[in-house]
Structure formats: structure tokens, C-alpha cells
Design a protein around this ligand. Structure first.
Ligand SMILES: Cc1ncc(COP(=O)(O)O)c(C=O)c1O
Length: 419
């Protein structure tokens, strides 16, 4: 699928006719309003199966069987099963991923575990403008070390060039979000893993704005650790659990930071003494989020039926079409593309700028397009290869064009900008 300029509704429809993933759209439920939701980077769509599955769980399992469901259902197996179902989407082996907790907690578990496995350095190298929770977890971990009298510090690089320049033997952990949550600029996993390993540093990747859209190959690129949100492109549901990957080379080298009973090698024996599972499951903590996991399972069933390369091909086609149509239709109206134009340098979403971005974003909601605003002047559009198509892209850009051309966004009611 290679979209070509000039763009028209007809060539969008033609791209949709030859889309091998077209059938998956029917597995998702969409808003009754008919609004186009280009917010897969923030919250993926609801699977059609999710409500029935949750209803069944609440009635047939919780209400009717209550405690017995712990043994008749796979509730306690879900973190491993879900991890296995999405593992191919991040290029990991099925036994090396678990789905549990949230990204923040998984970041802390991983950063503290990886620290013990570090080579020469005592610094955590990251981007100064990494996502807030990534920064806070690193800062909190270093404060914890400091309180214990252990030396460690953070290096905050202002630019990507600085990240590369500062990567030397003082660095213990290279700690990055692969896709920037504002611009969508993407790091090359292979290159950065290679650079980190050359100075004896380990890599921790936050894949929140990548997995479910891009062709990520954690094993093939030699990545050490990764985490990410389940509720974005992966459609795990609001507040759904996150995933955690540990390269087998690093598994079982030390205790997990949170030694919980679900991470015990023989948790079903109820031993009082902790013995960590030697694999990634050692990093499970307590009772799984049963209801949230059921919602995620509906999406995981879909993920287990798709190939990562097909997903990435469609994502490339959708986002290239989006950038092409935005430029063709909206450049004269003050729109600029913030994200890299080269696909290999771009992550999940496409971000564009406009002087009135906050108000434009609010006006778009009223006109049928859901996007998200990021200070100071950008609007992010997150497209899912599973349930969006090129026709959506055409229609969405026509909405943007109308709102800008009519100057609808200038209305005072759009002055209160939400995030
Ligand atoms: C890059 C990144 N990491 C982490 C998070 C959030 O983590 P949590 O699910 O723990 O709130 C977000 C949320 O948008 C994010 O963009």
C-alpha cells in the first residue's frame, strides 16, 4: 500500500479495498455519535467482545461461582497468557513478556532490577523531556538510593544528539521512550542498543507510543528491558494493565524489587519464604487485575491473529496518507507537520502544529474528530492499523480543513482547552 499524491477520496477508498487488515475493523465498537476517534495513542477503541466477556465474568464467575473461580478460570494465568498473546507484536518470545500492574510500577520494577545488573556506570541517561512518569520514576529511584547512601545520578539530555554524546562508560542505564509522546520522533532500537552495549550500559525502552503500531523487534535489536501501556494502541481498556519484557539474558539474575507472592517460583505452595520465579514471571506482584485483564483478553485474541509486519505496513500507509492529505488540504490554513516525515523516524502518532492548536482541538471535537492537544501548539492524531482506514483519514482532514477555513475554532466557547 503506497499512497500517492494528489490525494482524493477515491484513492483512499482504493487503498482500503486492498487492505489485508480491513476485516478487523468489524471487531471493534465505535461511538454512537459517529465521531472519528484519532486517539489510539491515548486510548485504543473498545473491542466488540469486551462488554459480553466482562458481563459473563461478573455474573457466571464472580456472582455464581465466587471464590471457586480462582481455580476454574484462568484468572491467575492471565498475566502470562496476555503477555504471550502480545509478545509477537514487540518481537519478544512468548515466555518473556507478562502483562501486569501499570507502566509506572513496571518502570520502577525494571529500573531497580536493571540497576543491579549494570556494568561500569552510575548514571541513568535519559531525555530531559521524556514522559513525566518516566522521569519521576528515575528521580524517585535515585532519591531512594541517595537515602540509603548509594551514589547514582540522572543525566538529562536536552537533544537527541546530546543523548548520543553523553552515552559513555559513566552510564549504567540508557532509559528512553522509543516514540516521543509529543512529536512522535522515534529512536532506532538497534542503533541505540548497540551504542549502549558498546559502553557497557543496559537499555530500558518505554514502548507506550510504539507497540501495536510499529514493527518492533526487541529480540532482533538486542534490547535489554521494555515496558509500555496496554490501553493505547493495544486496546487493553481504560486503565488496563501494562506489559513488561526482560531479555532472557537478564532473567533470574537477582531478586525482583517487589517480591510478591505471584512472583514466587511455586506461588501455589503458599511458602512463607520467597523464592523468585527464575523468569520474567518473578516480576509479577500480587493478585492480577481480573476484570481489567478480561477486557484486555478480548483485544489480545485479536492481536494473536495478526502479523506485526502487516500492522506496521498499514500504519505506514495510514500515516503517510494523513501527512500527505494534511499538507495538500491544510498547509495554506496554517498547518505544519511536527512529526518526522520519514516513516522510519516516526512513531505511532502524527502531530501537526497550528497557532490556535488548543482551541482548534476543542472545536474539532464538536465537529466530529477526537484528537489531543499538547502544549504549546500541537495536535496529535493517533491512528490504529486495526480499526482505522484511509477513508477515515480523508474525512478527518476534511473536518480539520472546515474548522480552520470557517475559523470555527475562534469561538469563545473553545477557550477552555482540555488535555
Ligand atoms: C510514554 C508514556 N509512559 C507512561 C505513560 C503512563 O503510564 P501509567 O499507565 O503508569 O500511567 C504514558 C501515558 O500517557 C506515556 O505516554
Amino acid at each position: 500500500m503506497t499512497p500517492e499524491a494528489p490525494y482524493s477520496l477515491e484513492n483512499c477508498l482504493e487503498l482500503d479495498r486492498v487492505d489485508p487488515l480491513a476485516g478487523f475493523r468489524n471487531k471493534f465498537a465505535f461511538a454512537a455519535s459517529g465521531n472519528i476517534h484519532f486517539d489510539a495513542n491515548s486510548m485504543g477503541a473498545m473491542t466488540k467482545d469486551a462488554p459480553d466477556r466482562v458481563h459473563r465474568l461478573l455474573t457466571k464467575n464472580w456472582r455464581d461461582k465466587s471464590r471457586r473461580s480462582w481455580s476454574t478460570e484462568d484468572w491467575l494465568e492471565k498475566p502470562r497468557k496476555l503477555g504471550a498473546s502480545i509478545s509477537h507484536m514487540i518481537g519478544a518470545n512468548s515466555q518473556d513478556v507478562v502483562v501486569c500492574d501499570n507502566t509506572t510500577i513496571n518502570l520502577f520494577k525494571i529500573i531497580s532490577y536493571a540497576w543491579k545488573l549494570r556494568g561500569s556506570g552510575n548514571a541513568i541517561l535519559t531525555e530531559a523531556h521524556n514522559f513525566p512518569t518516566d522521569m519521576h520514576v528515575a528521580q524517585g529511584f535515585l532519591k531512594f538510593l541517595e537515602d540509603l547512601g548509594v551514589a547514582g545520578h540522572i543525566i538529562k539530555a536536552e537533544t537527541r544528539e546530546q543523548v548520543v554524546d553523553k552515552l559513555d562508560r559513566n552510564v549504567a542505564l540508557l532509559y528512553l521512550t522509543q516514540t516521543d509522546y509529543r512529536s512522535s520522533e522515534r529512536w532506532d532500537l538497534s542503533e541505540m542498543n548497540r551504542r549502549a552495549h558498546a559502553v557497557d550500559a543496559l537499555t530500558i525502552w518505554d514502548l507506550s507510543h510504539s507497540a501495536g503500531a510499529l514493527n518492533i523487534d526487541l529480540m532482533g535489536t538486542g534490547s535489554d528491558f521494555a515496558v509500555g501501556c496496554g490501553y493505547k494502541y493495544l486496546c487493553g481498556g481504560p486503565g488496563g494493565p501494562a506489559y513488561l519484557f526482560i531479555n532472557p539474558e537478564h532473567q533470574g539474575k537477582s531478586w525482583p524489587t517487589i517480591a510478591g507472592w505471584m512472583g514466587h517460583a511455586h506461588w501455589d505452595k503458599f511458602s512463607s519464604d520467597f523464592e523468585p520465579a527464575a523468569n520474567v514471571a518473578g516480576h509479577l506482584t500480587g493478585t492480577p487485575q481480573v476484570v481489567a485483564n478480561e477486557i484486555f483478553s478480548a483485544a489480545a485474541d485479536i492481536w494473536s491473529k495478526v502479523q506485526r509486519a502487516d500492522v506496521a505496513d498499514k500504519h505506514q500507509s495510514l500515516t503517510e496518507t494523513l501527512i500527505g492529505i494534511l499538507e495538500q488540504e491544510c498547509s495554506p490554513l496554517g498547518v505544519g507537520i511536527n512529526s518526522p516525515k520519514l516513516y522510519q523516524k516516526r512513531g505511532g502518532h502524527v502531530s501537526f502544529s497550528h497557532a490556535g492548536a488548543g482551541q482548534v482541538c476543542e472545536a474539532l471535537v464538536d465537529h466530529g474528530l477526537i484528537s489531543s492537544f499538547r502544549f504549546p501548539n500541537s495536535i496529535r492524531l493517533g491512528l490504529s492499523p486495526l480499526y482505522h482506514n484511509h477513508e477515515d483519514v480523508w474525512k478527518a482532514v476534511q473536518i480539520i480543513k472546515d474548522v480552520l477555513f470557517q475559523e470555527a475554532w475562534q469561538h469563545p466557547k473553545y477557550e477552555n482547552v482540555s488535555m
